[in-house]
Write a protein that binds this ligand. Structure first.
Ligand code: TMP
Length: 201
């Protein structure tokens, strides 16, 4: 089973993944948690390039780097883990590319979709949680952090990314939108309820 978490930076995805992992392990499941980009030696190198604010990266180069990192992660970890019957939880997957590089950077959607198929090796999440917050909340939660190259893309960019996620949530039946302004425990309970439904299907 493959479950992904999406939302803008600072939406609380990583906290929810940790809590869900804890819950699933307690209930006897074998769980693998990942973050994108990253998770393999090659993908971590690519992550460092993508987030390095000293580098100028063109939009298409950025897209291809995210897909290169993804392809390595899927081949090395996601597919083998799913074959072994593990539950894979990922902090971001190709919906991030649709939201950030498609809606955010404005790359043609046909290119985005084709590249998503290539980068994911055709793997599709069973369920995707979208933690929906306003841009100001995400930025506020992250204010202590030194901003990386993506986070320096500006308010209008983030508004387009949020619009992109909202569109995905409308159009993709695997999307479950959760109001990310609620407290951590409330969100966790909502996530667990949906995951239990999926497990018992
Ligand atoms: P994060 O691990 O802090 O979420 O950092 C990853 C950054 O990369 C974040 O700003 C979202 C961005 N991103 C994309 O733009 N496209 C993608 O496909 C992925 C996976 C992440």
């Amino acid at each position: 089973m493959f479950i992904t978490f999406e939302g803008i930076d600072g939406s609380g995805k990583s906290t929810q993944i940790l809590l869900l992992r804890e819950y699933l392990v307690k209930n006897g499941h074998k769980v693998v948690t990942l973050r994108e980009p990253g998770g393999t030696e090659l993908s971590e190198y690519i992550r460092a390039v993508l987030l390095n604010k000293k580098l100028e990266v063109s939009d298409i180069s950025e897209l291809l780097l995210f897909q290169a990192a993804r392809a390595d992660l899927v081949k090395t970890i996601v597919l083998p883990s799913l074959d072994q019957g593990r539950i894979v939880l990922s902090d971001r997957f190709f919906d991030s590319t649709t939201a950030y590089q498609g809606y955010g950077r404005g790359i043609d959607m046909e290119i985005i979709e084709k590249s998503n198929q290539i980068g994911s090796l055709g793997v599709l999440p069973d369920m995707t949680f979208y933690l929906n917050i306003e841009r100001s909340v995400g930025i506020d939660r992250d204010k202590e952090k030194d901003r990386d190259r993506m986070e320096l893309s500006g308010d209008e960019f983030y508004d387009r990314v949020i619009h992109g996620y909202d569109e995905l949530a409308k159009n993709e039946s695997r999307f479950i939108t959760i109001d990310g302004n609620q407290d951590v425990k409330t969100i966790h309970a909502l996530v667990v309820a949906e995951v239990e439904k999926l497990i018992n299907k």
